[in-house]
Ligand binder design. Structure first.
Ligand code: GLA
Length: 740
């Protein structure tokens, strides 16, 4: 773990940092002379200080500095003009809405007497092993904000959150609470990258210049959302490259309504402020109550967008994702029949598919929607989590026994936060859903949302799942969530009902955490009508994520590319489905579909009853190949060599194992024209001095003679791999193994 430097008197405080500027060493400290706090981790330094007026002010965030480098003391900022007073142009770490600021506040409050002025100044601090806590205090009222800072020694990723504490005798209403405000170095050529989407089209990479005026990315939907993801990256136009140039990036660990505001102010300061979405937000903080925000993580890389995402992936693997016995487990190859059978699941049909799946080398068999209650379509049954007696007359046991007998784990689809009006649960508890009394209850996919913020509902949902998992040998849950909020009322909570935005998500996290605690072997996938709930909050509790219901293998290349900017291939599930695929009615070869799906955790979602012998033979070979490379693909370092974005006809990714002994290359061609050759693909991240043997996944090299069998890492990086791809929807996969 990290080593931290405890505060010492005077200028000596940072001297320990002089000893090491290497990675995997973190330090936190405070220099009382200059009043500067400093966090160092990985290749990053993050510093902030106390201004002469007592504000906590951003000082530096970027590449790691030498221990002795002076960052303070800060000078008092003078008013820029009569209309831009010093308070507003001071890049505060956590600005309160008051004292004449016009920038995006981190905290906005309404006092009982109607005043709305909050001015936060430094009060005290404490420095822990790998964290700094700074207490801010309003200049007049007993409101306290504790800012929490951590830094990851390996990646230099900073975590920031805040605890707001009401020390008054009256209730204080919080109207806006952000986790952190991050300030970038002064610059005038910043570009913002972010991810947007819709159902079946998640993870679309967007880019726009950061100019005066705000860009707001957000979800007002009660959950993370398909439309925007709580991740950003900002680079500089002048040196923006995939593998070089400075990138500042971050992600919020929150699965409820969220917001990030990226703003360049009138004096050129760029800030990223993120936290709870203030839309419809109000949190009445009672005397002595506290509200702790989600963590807003942020990092820096000098190695371009590629370096930024590799840091994110590593951070997620090492610090965020759940571990089993201390290990981050590899994703098993799974089979799921959703696209094949939809709601028409039954014991005999699932058993037949299970036999076929097992013959391919599948390790986990997952039964999707349709197994419970009166669930024959999406019109009924949600909430009634007992097996449908016609489809499973003897319960789930015979199927689970069969699946286990075939050497696979059994997994099950659930959507625990929902109910259909046509369900026994809703008939018994119509008051359990989110609603405003006397108002229509808008349905999405014929379903309503259970109000998890209610303790009784939370406990019911937990009990149902706990029993399901206790009574059956269920090793995996695909946890779905197929609609967004409407009429976000919680009538029983009266004037506190807007707490639903916080309490719902906290209780969701509680249920999953408790379930995992009671069933340590259980794995969970986060799914939300595809990729509508992927964020660092839910990923701390789930083992894998479903990026999109769009399983078209060509569309998936951009979806997976977008996903990989923010989240690790370690959690990214990709299925091989039928051709023509339902999305674009496109025909692709089984090999192409496999290679597209092998970029993450491999699944098969095709109707195996329609497969021919040769399909089984190809699939069996590809599954076996995948098992030899999945370690590298899932937990290695990802290089996006040729971007599929902007309608590129070509795409290529490379994954390199941490010990650099194996590398896996995937190359894709949408369509060729006019004998245009596929460009040589220069690899990255190999050991230049090692010899690597090249082989093509799935068999003989079509490009006989184009590549040597064995060559140095330097050769593969400088001269590259020559893929002879021509035609429509062509793909090639290669493995490079270090030759002894
Ligand atoms: C959502 C999921 C799908 C499938 C269906 C079942 O759309 O994203 O994968 O599970 O629900 O109803």
């Amino acid at each position: 773990m990290s080593i931290s430097v405890r505060p010492m008197a005077g200028a000596a405080v940072f001297s320990a940092l002089l000893l090491s500027t290497t990675s995997a060493f973190a330090a936190s400290g405070y220099d009382a002379d200059s009043k500067i706090f400093r966090l160092d981790g990985g290749d990053v330094t993050y510093a902030f200080g106390i201004s002469p007026q007592g504000y906590l002010q951003a000082v530096y965030w970027g590449g790691r500095l030498a221990g002795g480098d002076k960052l303070g003391p800060l000078v008092a900022l003078r008013d820029h003009s009569s209309v831009d007073m010093s308070a507003s142009i001071t890049p505060q770490e956590f600005p309160g809405q008051g004292g004449g600021i016009f920038v995006e506040p981190a905290l906005k409050v309404a006092w009982p007497d109607g005043s709305r002025d909050v001015v936060l100044k430094y009060a005290s601090h404490s420095i822990g092993r790998d964290r700094i806590d700074v207490v801010l205090q309003d200049i007049g009222r007993p409101l306290r904000v504790t800012l929490h800072y951590t830094i990851d020694p390996d990646t230099g990723i900073v975590g920031r959150s805040a605890t707001i504490e009401n020390r008054d005798k009256d209730v204080v209403r919080l109207d806006q609470v952000q986790s952190a405000s991050y300030t970038l170095p002064t610059g005038n050529d910043y570009q913002l990258h972010y991810l947007t989407g819709r159902w079946a089209a998640e993870w679309t990479l967007q880019k726009r210049p950061v100019t005066e005026g705000s860009t707001v990315i957000e979800s007002r939907r009660g959950s993370t959302g398909h439309q925007s993801n709580p991740w950003f990256a900002i680079n500089r136009a002048q040196d923006a490259q995939e593998e070089s140039g400075a990138v500042w990036f971050g992600a919020l660990a929150w699965s409820g309504s969220w917001r990030m505001t990226v703003d360049r102010d009138q004096i050129g300061k760029v800030r990223v402020v993120g936290g709870y979405n203030p839309f419809d937000f109000a949190y009445r903080l009672k005397p002595s109550e506290k509200l702790e925000t989600p963590v807003f993580y942020a990092g820096y890389s000098a190695q371009g967008m590629g370096g930024a995402s590799r840091l994110m992936h590593r951070f997620q693997r090492n610090e965020i994702l759940p571990r089993h016995d201390g290990e981050l487990k590899l994703r098993p190859v799974l089979y799921n029949s959703w696209e094949a059978t939809e709601f028409k699941v039954d014991e005999a049909g699932q058993m037949e598919l299970a036999e076929k799946a097992a013959s391919l080398g599948v390790e986990r068999f997952v039964m999707d929607d349709g197994w419970f209650g009166k669930r024959n379509s999406d019109k009924a049954g949600l909430g009634d989590w007992t097996p449908n007696p016609e489809k499973f007359p003897n319960g789930l046991k015979p199927l689970i026994d069969k699946v286990q007998g075939l050497g696979m784990e059994f997994g099950l689809w659930v959507e625990p936060e929902m109910t259909n009006p046509d369900s026994d649960l809703y008939r018994a508890h119509p008051d359990w859903v989110i609603n405003f009394p006397g108002r229509p209850r808008s349905e999405g996919r014929n379903q309503l949302m259970l109000n998890l913020a209610r303790r009784d509902v939370r406990d019911h949902v937990f009990k149902v799942l706990d029993e399901l998992v206790s009574k059956n040998e269920i090793k995996f849950l695909k946890w779905d969530y197929n609609r967004n909020w409407s009429e976000p009322g919680w009538p029983e909570a009266g004037e506190d009902q807007q707490r639903i935005y916080v309490d719902y998500v906290d209780n969701l996290y509680w249920i999953i955490a408790e379930l995992r605690r009671r069933h340590p072997g259980l794995e969970i996938e986060t799914c939300s009508g595809g990729g509508g709930r992927v964020d660092l909050g839910i990923l701390a509790l789930t083992d894998q994520a479903w990026p999109s219901d769009n399983t078209d293998p060509f569309d998936r290349l951009t979806i997976q590319d977008g996903f990989s900017h923010a989240y690790a291939p370690a959690v990214m599930m990709d299925w091989v489905t039928d051709s023509p695929n339902w999305v674009n009615r496109r025909q692709t070869s089984l090999e192409y579909r496999f290679l597209s799906a092998m970029q993450g955790g491999l699944g098969i979602g095709a109707n195996l009853n329609h497969w021919k012998d040769e399909d089984f033979a190809t699939a069996k070979k590809m599954v076996a190949e995948y098992k030899t490379i999945r370690n590298t693909v899932q937990q290695g370092e990802l290089y996006r060599l040729i971007s599929p974005q902007d309608n590129s006809p070509r795409a290529a990714t490379l994954s390199v194992s941490p010990d650099r002994r194996q590398a896996v290359l995937f190359a894709f061609l949408h369509s060729s024209t006019k004998l245009e050759p596929f460009p040589a693909i220069g690899l990255r991240g190999l050991d230049p001095a090692k010899l690597y043997r090249l082989r093509r996944i799935g068999g003989a090299a079509a490009e006989a003679g184009a590549n040597p069998d064995v060559a140095s890492g330097r050769f593969w990086m400088e001269r590259g791999v020559q893929a002879d791809l021509r035609g429509d929807f062509q793909a090639a996969g290669y493995v490079l193994e270090a030759a002894e």
